[in-house]
Design a protein around this ligand. Structure first.
Ligand SMILES: *Cc1c(COP(=O)(O)O)cnc(C)c1O
Length: 374
């Protein structure tokens, strides 16, 4: 059930009911164009991750900017995107359980659908579900390239699983999923680069094993916003799965780039818009957005465009701001834009994106995969 949108098209920013999730459309579009140009110049396919935005309207915009399709993390996200008009989705995850595999196979009659594997039992189960539905699912072997989450070991173990997939009815072996998630947030540029160098070596070793076994590998996918330039120039990855670059968050803004400066390749385009609810003291203001409006596992949000104001406390429905000595006292009802610590789980707390341009509401996009964790 979607709640009523917090604004109407054409309304000025001041009329938006808060807390609300706001996207600056100019910045969003510049981020999309920047990444699309990078991928095309590097000669890699761009398959952005929809777990970031959970929204078919944004997915279709990315595809209009040259993306080949979308990544998702759950079957529910895949369903929401296909319902919204996306025709190519890859679940960058293992899918376990007959019910979920049946749902995924049902989608494959409307769209091209892929998923990842790291266990032979799962190959048999997916093959059966695809056969029952009369469809073919694209299948990638996920290898662990250093993250120690899902994935088989690179080399012989990956080859054996790929062979099993190649022999399984109604599965089409497509290639390798080789995402290094933990490397995305290593603060130092060289630490990220070294982690991806090791991932590339693991991928190369696996590709040699595939070749020796006569297994063609069409896709090697991976990369996120923190490392995509390394995968893209590796010569082995050919599909990048970047997600957060469209929005940016404080976690990514803290990274160091190659020159020892803060990572500013992409602009902040996502904000939780709040309103001043109380001004109890000269150096303190309270806004109406707390932990129910943005995720907290990466710390307090930053206040956008206002150096003298800092978030110093958060509770469920309140954010406490400390004002600098020179900061003018905030007025009741005044709007404060907060930059979330982590964009993906923040988006998951909202029903609508409000697209703003020049201070006016231009788009209202329902976040239809919000809460689609199954
Ligand atoms: C989250 C994720 C991404 C995207 O990462 P960002 O850091 O948001 O760019 C890519 N691939 C997989 C498998 C992921 O889980």
């Amino acid at each position: 059930v979607q709640s009523r949108p917090p604004a109407e098209i054409g309304a000025p920013l001041e009329a938006i009911e808060t807390p609300a999730l706001v996207v600056e459309l100019d910045a969003l579009e510049r981020n999309m164009v920047r990444m699309a140009r990078f991928a095309s110049a590097a000669g890699v396919r761009l398959r952005p991750h929809a777990k970031t935005h959970k929204c078919p309207a944004i997915a279709l915009k990315q595809i209009a900017h040259g993306a080949v399709g979308q990544c998702v993390q759950t079957v529910g996200e895949a369903e929401a995107l296909v319902k919204g008009g996306v025709t190519d989705v890859l679940v960058t995850n293992e899918v376990v359980g007959t019910g979920k595999l049946r749902r995924l196979a049902a989608l494959a009659s409307e769209a091209s659908v892929g998923l990842c594997f790291d266990h032979p039992d799962q190959v048999d189960a997916a093959s059966q579900a695809a056969r029952d539905a009369g469809v073919t699912l694209r299948a990638l072997v996920e290898i662990d390239v250093g993250m120690e989450r899902c994935g088989v070991q690179p080399g012989a173990a990956a080859r054996d699983l790929a062979q099993r997939i190649a022999e399984a009815p109604n599965l089409a072996f497509e290639g390798l999923q080789a995402y290094h998630g933990s490397a995305q947030h290593f603060e130092s540029h060289s630490a990220r680069e070294q982690a991806i160098d090791r991932a590339v070596a693991a991928v190369s070793r696996t590709l040699e094993a595939f070749q020796a076994a006569g297994l063609p590998c069409e896709t090697v996918g991976g990369a996120g916003t923190g490392t995509f330039q390394f995968e893209a120039r590796s010569g082995v990855y050919n599909e990048i799965q970047v997600g957060s670059y469209i929005f940016m968050d404080t976690e990514y803004a803290r990274l160091e780039d190659g020159e020892g400066k803060r990572f500013r390749t992409f602009e902040h385009s996502l904000f939780v818009l709040s309103s001043v609810l109380s001004v109890p003291a000269a150096d303190r203001a309270i806004v109406d957005a707390g932990w129910k409006s943005y995720s907290g596992e990466r710390g307090y949000p930053w206040v956008h465009g206002s150096d003298g104001i800092e978030v110093v406390g958060v509770s469920d429905e309140h954010g406490k701001l400390r004002l600098g000595a020179d900061t003018p006292r905030l007025r009741l009802g005044g709007k404060v834009a907060l930059i979330p610590g982590h964009c993906d789980p923040t988006v998951n707390l909202h029903d609508w994106f409000i697209g703003l341009r020049n201070g006016r509401v231009e788009e209202l996009w329902p976040i239809t995969a919000r809460g689609a964790s199954r």
